[in-house]
Design a binder for this molecule. Sequence first.
Ligand code: ZN
Length: 188
Amino acid sequence: MRHLIFCGNGCFFLCLEVRKSNIFEAVKESVTTRQAAEYYGVQVGRNGMACCPFHDDKHPSMKIDHRFHCFGCQADGDVIDFTARLFSLSSKEAALKLAEDFSVHYDAKGHDPPRRRPVKRKISEELRYRQAEQKCFRVLCNYLHLLERWKDEYAPQSPEDELDICWIFSCPAAWRNVLPWSLSMEKR
Ligand SMILES: [Zn+2]
């Protein structure tokens, strides 16, 4: 075995050169599902949890380590299953793609060596869209929680209290009374 440093997508990976006749075994021994997931754009938290790319996941419900398991949709398997499903490939195509992307070497008896395939950049209009959607959802949820907190924390305690701008933002019902210009805008 030899160690190779492979740089891809701004990240460094430690790759093992594995002499195995079976590409499936070589790939599974050299690449964890977590490494592949991160390489293909799935954000994995320190605790190994990620939003599942296989169902409409709003909160991380997929555990990704050497293998993966989703507690939401029950998707489960190894790095080849993960990659095959992510790119809609057969198991063989997924193994070849992983071997190429992570520079995994194997004895190619009976197997064609991996060639440059256009599949790689096909990744993921869909995945990118889903990640952007999840990010927007998180941002809006955080904003909503902030407004809910402001609504309690900055609420006036008596009619004489000066109104706090945070409370005004968090309480649209107050706008009509507090901001006379909003009425004049509505009349236009
Ligand atoms: Zn899932």
